[in-house]
Design a protein around this ligand. Structure first.
Ligand SMILES: [Zn+2]
Length: 60
């Protein structure tokens, strides 16, 4: 089960559940949000882009 951090939980409860914590844009069907190893929701593409600070940090 995915671990969500306290900051992200506040974002979730304030209507930002589908807003990327990295870039501020909503998740889409083609680029859904995933959970990082430190518990934030970011785009899948933010974890697969070598130029992103979240590269390789998707939770298993
Ligand atoms: Zn993003």
């Amino acid at each position: 089960m995915a671990w969500i951090n306290a900051t992200q939980r506040k974002r979730d409860s304030s209507g930002q559940r589908n807003i990327c914590a990295a870039c501020g844009h909503p998740g889409t069907g083609e680029d859904p949000l995933v959970i990082t190893t430190d518990g934030f929701r970011v785009h899948l593409s933010d974890t697969t882009n070598p130029n992103s600070g979240f590269y390789g940090q998707q939770q298993a």
